[in-house]
Design a protein around this ligand. Structure first.
Ligand code: 4AD
Ligand code: MG
Length: 428
């Protein structure tokens, strides 16, 4: 068994073996300090002349950054230090080339994105991606505990879900097909079979906008629930966010601290997440000098402005029908409004979740499908869900990268996914 860097603290005094990559090196006279990176974290290796066999010491002293290394030694905690180190008694290096392109000096974002396959190894990037992994696992774990089943919707689809302007079209054996914008419509079929389901997979949007919060390929977690209305859906989202963030705070505490986020900021006291109406949001924006005509959707800056007034995630509810996708149920009390909400993260971020109650009436849905310029024939299967055993149901979708961006305080969403796809980049 190889010891992992993250576990060294509990291994002080033990003889262990470790393996990883040399992240940095400092050598002077008879001693070389190497930092070993092993995927779990970093460990300091102390390589001393006379302790290591001479050829091994010489090799360690000359090693290039990113050389793979297999090391044995004793874990020690030097007086007055809080990080244990490994006093190496043997080290074996595997071949690797000199000239790793990412150094300590500042590199521009385009260079780093060109080198993304190597940049991933940088401490901050690796920490964010470990937190991402915890986040995805926490979502799945919470939903399973709540009785949901994972339901994998297709990624090649005959129709749009979120509007026709953001579709990636592909030639499916001579007929047009599209990369899925959202698993939701299929999840709606899933609930009649399984009760509560969620999808967790890629979503594609051919959005030409280059912003700090849009990707053309992102990962969405989309729970869908039978017998649940819009307001219970909002209450469930609050429980979901609380549970998921608390789990991430537990599991990724060290990485969070490393990226500069206090894990305690991922826990919220019992005061509920505020829910305001779209109309109230407009009034609030008006008071801070941002006039929006009724019916207009909120822009990035409007959302950022609103987040200033809250110390926790909050919801905006009952958007105008015109701002929402075709499948949302109108408010019976005022059909201009949709039973649909967004959840915004505080602290200058904005939307991470959109959710809502699904329309139940076939004639209404037909009208909306046509208004949105969609082909009715492609949605007959979806209308079947209303014809046969339709029940009250709701769901929501959270963008993994959006939430990770908030958790880690990532400036640009491209660092919230291993290999970002944006309008100007689909490589490496
Ligand atoms: O708001 P959206 O478009 O809603 C849906 O797709 C619904 N079908 C969800 C549902 O009810 N099941 O997308 C859901 C979430 C957004 O709130 C945002 O977090 C994220 O997905 N998202 C994006 N993330 C990165 N880049 C983009 N271009 C995104 N578009 C949406
Ligand atoms: Mg949305």
């Amino acid at each position: 068994m190889y010891a992992q860097a993250k576990d060294l603290r509990s291994l002080v005094g033990s003889e262990v073996e470790m393996r990883g990559w040399i992240a940095s090196k400092r050598a002077s006279g008879g001693v070389a300090f190497l930092t070993l990176r092993d995927g779990s974290g970093f460990a300091q290796l102390v390589c001393e002349r006379g302790v290591l066999p001479e050829p091994e010491f010489e090799a360690a002293k000359m090693a290039f950054v990113e050389t793979p290394a297999l090391v044995a030694g004793r874990v020690a905690l030097p007086e007055g230090r809080d990080r244990p180190e490994l006093k190496a008694s043997s080290i074996r290096l595997l071949p690797s080339e000199q000239g790793f392109p990412i150094g300590r000096k500042e590199h521009g974002p385009e260079f780093l994105m060109d080198q993304r396959h190597l940049w991933l190894r940088s401490p901050r990037q690796a920490a964010c991606l470990r937190i991402r992994s915890s986040l995805e696992f926490a979502c799945a774990e919470f939903l399973h505990r709540e009785g949901f089943h994972r339901f994998d919707s297709p990624l090649i689809t005959p129709t749009a879900c979120e509007g026709t302007t953001e579709l990636f079209e592909l030639d499916y054996f001579g007929s047009p097909a599209y990369l899925s914008q959202s698993g939701q419509l299929y999840a709606e079929a899933g609930i009649a079979a399984l009760g509560k389901v969620y999808t967790l997979g890629p979503c594609f949007r051919a959005e030409a906008s280059n912003t700090r919060r849009h990707l053309t390929e992102f990962w969405g977690v989309e729970p869908e629930m039978a017998w649940v209305g819009a307001e219970e859906n909002i209450a469930f989202q609050e429980r979901f966010i609380r549970a998921v963030l608390a789990k991430v705070a537990d599991e990724a505490a060290e990485d969070l601290a490393f990226v500069g986020r206090d894990p305690a900021a991922l826990r919220f006291d019992a005061r509920p997440f505020p829910v305001m109406l779209y109309d109230e949001a407009l009034a609030m924006l008006g008071r801070s000098g941002r006039e929006l005509a009724w019916g207009e959707d909120l822009g990035v800056e409007d959302e950022e402005e609103l987040t200033k007034s809250f110390d926790r995630p909050f919801f905006i509810y009952k958007y105008p029908v015109a701002c929402r996708a075709f499948y949302i149920e109108p408010d019976p009390a005022d059909p201009r409004l949709a039973l649909s909400s967004d959840c915004l993260m505080h602290g200058g971020f904005g939307e991470v979740i959109t959710g809502g109650q699904r329309a139940s009436d076939c004639a209404f849905l037909r009208g909306r499908i046509e208004e949105h310029g969609l082909r009715l024939a492609d949605f007959e299967w979806y209308l079947d869900l209303r014809r046969f055993g339709s029940v009250l149901h709701s769901g929501f979708g959270m963008g993994i990268e959006r939430m990770l961006r908030w958790i880690c305080g990532i400036h640009h969403i491209r660092e919230a996914i291993p290999f970002a796809r944006t309008p100007s980049r689909c490589r490496p």
